[in-house]
Design a protein around this ligand. Sequence first.
Ligand code: PMP
Length: 469
Amino acid sequence: DITKQLDKVQFDTQAIQQLDSAHYLHPFTDHNALAARGARVMVKGDGIYLWDSDGHKILDAMSGLWCVNIGYGRTSMADAVYKQMQTLPFYNSFFNTTNLPAVQLAALLVDVSPPQFNHVFFTGSGSEANDTIVRMVRRYWELMGQSERHVIISRHNAYHGSTIAGVSLGGMAGMHAQGGPMVPGIVHIGQPSYLEGGSGMTPDEFGLVAAGWLEERIRELGPDNVAAFIGEPVQGAGGVIIPPPTYWPEIQRICDKYGILLIADEVICGFGRLGAWFGSTLLGIKPDLIAFAKGVTSGYIPLGGVLVGDRVAAVLTEKGGDFNHGFTYSGHPVACAAALENIRILRDEQLVEKVAQDTGPYLKQKFTALADHPLVGHADSCGFVAGLNLVRRKGATVHGNEVFDGDLGVGMICRGYMFERGIIMRAVGDRMIIAPPLVTTREQIDEMTGKIGAALDDTLAELRRRGIA
Ligand code: PMP
């Protein structure tokens, strides 16, 4: 029994926390606040569970950071990486060289991706994938003799990474407020959030309205100045915002009408997350470029990249000459070996099909039933991403819900109780979100929704004690 085994391991949590706050600057973290609290030390993962240094077993309903699609503790992943490290731990793909895992992975990615993709560019992360895309689409239009077409349209509350191009593409106000100026030639339209903007409309009507904002902006900018539109099929970090079904097909129609490139950021949605190899296929679009990372290796080793559709690849390869762009770790043999094994697992265990046909629908049934809880105003899911909104009082429709004052931090209170109940959920404001590993079984979904329900009760009890609810 792994729990007993781990109980025996002596970890000095405090000593680790002290060293952590002395030297380690964490991403997206208030350093002083963390130092005062002490970081939770994760020491072990197996399947969908994590253990911390105090021996707590925690159900990881966030798959690490939306990435551990095959679950933790896969020894065949370790074996694949070990073997590649012994054979060839590194070589670059500059200067007319290549390596076997990179070639094999490129061919395999072409096989699992939509038919318009026959080429791949490798990076080390999702942010680098999006940086590559910015340079690639602008290069494409230069080669097409239309270099004035350089503006990229994105969306408010989008997340596309933390490098300077990633943050500029993203639409996170809190990120734009720091470390500017942002990369020029990137503009943002509204997000397709029915809860936020769809009052008085059906979801389908709102989907068309939200897509129409793209056409309005293209007209304002002048179509001859617009290079591309970028979006996450389902927004992840923004709070699992699932667009109405009419949204993406209308976006596709508008992009086609004005000849602008369509980019799907599938860093979260790719590799089965939505119950399809790529979310764009599920949502009815045919992007020219796809950014991927996370699920390509299930996070075991960093890897990202860009699937380059035929329209762009033809121009870059046939008349482009050198594309002066690339990373030391582009096509890293060990990362590619990890991806090959990860994709083998996804295929052999039919994890994508399982999410599509069995566990995804089951999660939807169990998760949306949480909307019966007095604290939950709305709950929805798409494949293996899901979210629920904490509300003060429910109205007759989702737009009539009375929300909490944002300063109360109700989402964070709830997140604390989730941890106490042994489950990791993320809070985006007062929306609680999950993205469980694709290996999660029906029984584990029962365990997960049971724990969520209990933590919602705990949260409601505290809010009532404090006179907030
Ligand atoms: N795009 C999306 C949609 C993401 O969710 C993320 C990461 N959460 C990124 C890009 C950036 O990826 P990375 O953190 O690997 O740079």
